[in-house]
Ligand binder design. Structure first.
Ligand SMILES: [Zn+2]
Length: 112
């Protein structure tokens, strides 16, 4: 699995984890008939995914997650959807192959 794919999975997992750790979210989801997963299971999966990502990306990731609650921002038409700044042409990587960080907000960018 590529680092980009791993980071995206990590992000999905963290959103689930947020819900699993929040009593209000848990109650709301339960009411809707959804069983919320055990946070311990999610945390174990998270630790496993983290092993597949280079330390420096993990640092960027954790920092942005703490700051914004979401660590990954989609890029549309060269605009970071996290902070809405237009990214320089030079910031564009070989599309889905490598990770980049928004220089303005620090979120990990997902180019599509
Ligand atoms: Zn940004």
């Amino acid at each position: 699995m590529s680092e980009v794919a791993t980071v995206l999975q990590l992000h999905d997992l963290d959103l689930l984890l947020n819900e699993a750790l929040d009593p209000k979210s848990r109650a709301r989801l339960k009411k809707l008939g959804f069983e919320v997963q055990d946070p311990v299971v999610l945390q174990r999966a998270r630790a496993r995914l983290l092993q597949g990502v280079d330390r420096r990306w993990v640092n960027h990731y954790e920092r942005a997650l703490k700051r914004y609650g979401r660590a990954v921002a989609v890029v549309r038409d060269r605009v970071c959807q996290g902070c809405f700044i237009t990214l320089p042409t030079s910031a564009s990587p070989n599309a889905q192959e490598s990770l980049t960080v928004c220089e303005s907000c620090g979120r990990i960018l997902y180019w599509r």
